[in-house]
Design a protein. Sequence first.
Length: 443
Amino acid sequence: MVKARFAPSPTGFLHIGGARTALFNYLYARAQKGVFVLRIEDTDRVRSKKEYEEEILSSMKWLGMDWDELYYQTDRFDLYKEYAEKLINEGKAYKDGEAVLLKVNSEEIKIYDIIRGEITFDTSNFILRDENNKPVLDKEGNTQLKDEVLIKSDGSPAYSFCCAIDDALMEITHVIRGEDHISNTPKQILIYQALGLKPPKYAHLPLIMGEDGSRLSKRFGAVAVSDYKLKGYLPDALDNYLMLLGWSPGNNQEIITIENAIKKFSIKKVNNSAAIFSMDKLNWVNSEYLKQKSVDQVIELLEERLKSKGFIDDDTDNDWLGKIVDLYKGRISTLNDFLEWTDFFFTDNYEVDQDAAQKHLVTKLKDVFSQLTDSFEGVETFSAENVEKTFKEKVTALQLKSSDLIHPLRVALTGKAVGPSLFHIAAILGQKRVVERLKKSLP
RNA sequence: GACCCCAUCGUCUAGUCUGGUCCAGGACCCCAGCUUUUCAAGCUGGUAACGCGGGUUCAAAUCCCGCUGGGGUCGCCA
């Protein structure tokens, strides 16, 4: 039975890279009909925060990853101590003040990585260094091996020790984690050897880099999963994009649900080179998911945002809102885009593109605008078709091209230089507001 | 610096294990055309890659070696 785990440390929000690691573990566990374990590595009591832990759990749920078992390392401190004492008694580890260190000898350690194949380490390279990273030499001028810290001076267990013991006792069969952990692996193997426990199988995932090829960091912008939620990305779309970073379902497929990915996922097919995070592609994936949603579903997703903006309230006509959503849902990338592009429907205090206004709202159009206003006022049923018909008649009568007037009209009605069908916009806006805005636009 | 990992279009990738079907396929981005009322939508098309040098072989993106380049680790953080 396959058992995989995701082991975040609650010293920060769930990072986009962490989410991808979690996702690959989840995909693998589910694909193998195995068990997915979530283990909170909260041994650093100073930096670990309850709010981070809660945020990690809720982000995991939001992304649709459910776990079968949940552990906290702080609940297991006695266990780690017990094993440390055992190693001391066996003469494999020793006390240094309150700390416990594992004796490291020169040896070759081979690990087999499912993604990369065999990786060999020589522990004679694990040498003691001073604060300037210079090797510390003994009296004879030789470098010295650095023993592995098992228990720290404050009595708390060290990362690799907990990790090795937990993976063994929880019977984790596959450790799938970031490439940055490759160099921790031989240390953990050393611990397994000392403990006489069988190490799990390893798969080290390639890292995700920022657009400039450097590490994903705060400078990159949004790194927390919750940031993406806030910006209006859908969890399925984020999952989809994240799994495409280092894995491909084949058949040139780009859009795939978690359920289908589980059917196709193979850890062996995971790529071994780092991938750069592309906001453009994420936006595209998200827009694809938005397109697939029904108008009602998008309204539901949008509701909270629209309310907090004061754009809608309980009295808002849902059919009217549906028309707006229908007009825009095919062309937005995120839910927040919708708010930006449609503000003029909901308030007269909408944002005006000043460049566009200056370019198109010129005084020489005053007469034309006032004629157009009269025509619009005379429309009986203010439908998109009738608005279009009226507009075109006027344009022809004035011996103009549609595009001569459509831009100014758009800016006058929406404050924007771009958007979907203007006649549909006008119809949704309604005759009264269209006329008002036209009159106000060129005083 | 030491150790380790990696290397196909600008980006994500297919192909690499099991060499020939690949003068390298798809997607994002970008560009052009069409449509349209503008486009940031839709449709059609286009530009664009096997890092370099050596081998092995009848044949190499695929195997081997070297170089170069990128990344990771070097905490009593996780």
